[in-house]
Write a protein that binds this ligand. Structure first.
Ligand SMILES: Cc1cc2nc3c(=O)[nH]c(=O)nc-3n(C[C@H](O)[C@H](O)[C@H](O)COP(=O)(O)OP(=O)(O)OC[C@H]3O[C@@H](n4cnc5c(N)ncnc54)[C@H](O)[C@@H]3O)c2cc1C
Length: 455
């Protein structure tokens, strides 16, 4: 049995755990980062096959927090931020098997067939509509109330599929889109709020939070490599089975066994941070009461199938765009597609195309149980029908995620309260990860940095 002492044990080496370990190490703390998989990165994982550099999990992030901007500055000698190709800006929405560009200005908004004439007029009254008073209002109710049903169907619903693979009738705005919720609460209107916020003075770092979409040169996996490189090798324990935490008078003891040889390791630390949710949490923290833990581990997740599709020579409709999202009302199996080969450099052969297709989500949980052949038929048929590429792809890879994205629904309030009371009952224990504070990469880095300051 190995016996180790450190300041902070971090369980889970996805983006949250790695960022936390990186900054704690920088501050001179001794950490132990414990990971069940045989490599770090969590759902972020870049593959490279036959000239296609593709993402198995998340494909893009948004420069949406100061902490993420700072992380890229801190890691600049080890990985390079890559913003999307400006020529591939257009975002598409499927309507009747045809992609329509999402309006980007007033003129295109007037002309678009996506929204009804009534709602186009109605939007002019948005700044004057009175603000809502239900803190648990769902996104769909809020959007219908302020903007109209066609905006829900052809803008917000597909956008929610793209981010949460979720259901706008179930997600509670205050938790799922807090910025939108507070625009209405603080300024009385989305439009008024957005204009006023734009005029507020900003620090140099805040000015860099441009909300542009990014990857990393060579794929997001290079961000993971850069973080890993800057964490001492002997602090990272991959292939850790049966991790468990015990509470001791002056801290915690974390144990796990090595998957390769069964050897046990015991780590004493003053602090422990977990970075994942679901039922695994109850096994790791057996001292937490069932009642409290149940409110945390009953989080519902979207099941997502992520498919990478590559063509060495693309002969379909031009895909010089960001990607396309599919509204629920269109009743399709595919949630959306990103044209990764158009967005980032050197991801596919020069005349080819690389598409990242998302299938399933909360509204089609059955899709994850389809066989590989069934999924391939669904995806290739959707590409044939909407993008007019009739050839078989040269490259095709399926990755399934049973617990892809936690849903910030009506159970969120009870979950967050339970996390607070567990942390209060066991000082030094922190329950982090995407079950709170947002699911996007910018949110993950922000949470980790805020935790570093607390720790
Ligand atoms: C398919 C998919 C697409 C996405 N697309 C985007 C996107 O385009 N843009 C965006 O911003 N976000 C996207 N997200 C969300 C974002 O990627 C995640 O919220 C974020 O990467 C999660 O990081 P994390 O470290 O919190 O969790 P994870 O990456 O899930 O890491 C948690 C780690 O904990 C480990 N672990 C779990 N249980 C144990 C245990 N018992 N013992 C030890 N280790 C354990 C896991 O193996 C894992 O490595 C996507 C997510 C998925 C799944």
């Amino acid at each position: 049995m190995k016996d180790i002492k450190c300041d902070v044990v971090i369980i889970g080496a996805g983006l949250t755990g790695l960022t936390l370990a990186y900054y704690l190490t920088k501050k001179g703390k001794k950490v132990a980062l414990i990971e069940r998989n045989d490599k770090v990165g969590g759902v972020i994982n870049t593959g490279n096959v036959d000239g296609f550099v593709y993402e198995k999990g998340p494909t893009t992030g948004v420069l949406g927090s100061e902490e993420l901007v700072q992380l890229f500055e801190d890691l600049q000698s080890d990985c390079k931020l890559e913003l999307t190709n400006p020529e591939a800006k257009e975002r598409w929405i499927l309507k009747g098997n045809k992609w329509e560009a999402l309006p980007s200005g007033l003129f295109s908004a007037i002309q678009t067939p996506l929204f009804s004439l009534k709602d186009k007029f109605r939007i002019l009254g948005e700044p004057f509509r009175k603000k809502g008073n239900n803190p648990n209002e769902t996104l769909s109710d809020m959007v219908i109330r302020r903007m109209g049903k066609s905006f829900l169907d052809y803008a917000v619903d597909p956008f929610i599929s793209g981010i949460y693979a979720g259901d706008a009738t179930k997600l509670v705005t205050r938790f799922a889109m807090p910025k939108l919720y507070y625009l209405e609460q603080d300024y009385g209107s989305f439009i008024k709020g957005a204009i006023k916020k734009k005029k507020e003075p900003k620090t140099e770092l805040q000015k860099k939070v441009t909300r542009e979409v990014f990857s990393v040169e060579g794929g997001l996996g290079n961000l993971i490599k850069a973080l890993e490189k800057n964490i001492p090798e002997d602090s990272v324990f991959c292939g850790a089975d049966n991790a468990g935490v015990e509470v001791k008078p002056h801290g915690f003891i974390t144990t796990f066994s090595d998957q390769s040889n069964g050897e046990e390791t015991k780590i004493s630390s003053g602090k422990v941070v977990t970075t994942f949710g679901g039922t695994a949490l109850a096994d790791i923290l057996p001292f937490v009461s069932f009642d409290q833990m149940d409110k945390v581990s009953n989080t519902s997740y979207a099941k997502v199938v992520k498919v990478a599709v590559g063509y060495k020579k693309w002969e379909g409709n031009p895909v010089k765009a960001f990607g396309g999202l599919v509204p629920t009302i269109e009743n399709q199996a595919v949630l959306g597609v990103l044209f990764s080969g158009s967005l980032f450099r050197d991801r596919c052969p020069r005349e080819g195309a690389l598409l990242s297709v998302f299938v399933g989500g909360v509204k089609r949980p059955d899709m994850i149980d389809k066989t590989d052949d069934e999924l391939k038929n669904i995806v290739v048929e959707a590409i044939r029908k909407t993008l007019k590429e009739t050839k078989e792809p040269d490259f095709f890879e399926i990755n399934r995620y049973q617990n892809a994205i936690p849903q910030y629904d009506i159970l969120s309030e009870a979950r967050l309260q339970a996390i607070d009371s567990i942390e209060e009952a066991y000082p030094g224990l922190f329950i982090a990860g995407n079950i709170k504070d947002g699911i996007g990469m910018a949110d993950r880095v922000k949470q980790a940095v805020q935790l570093v300051n607390k720790l």
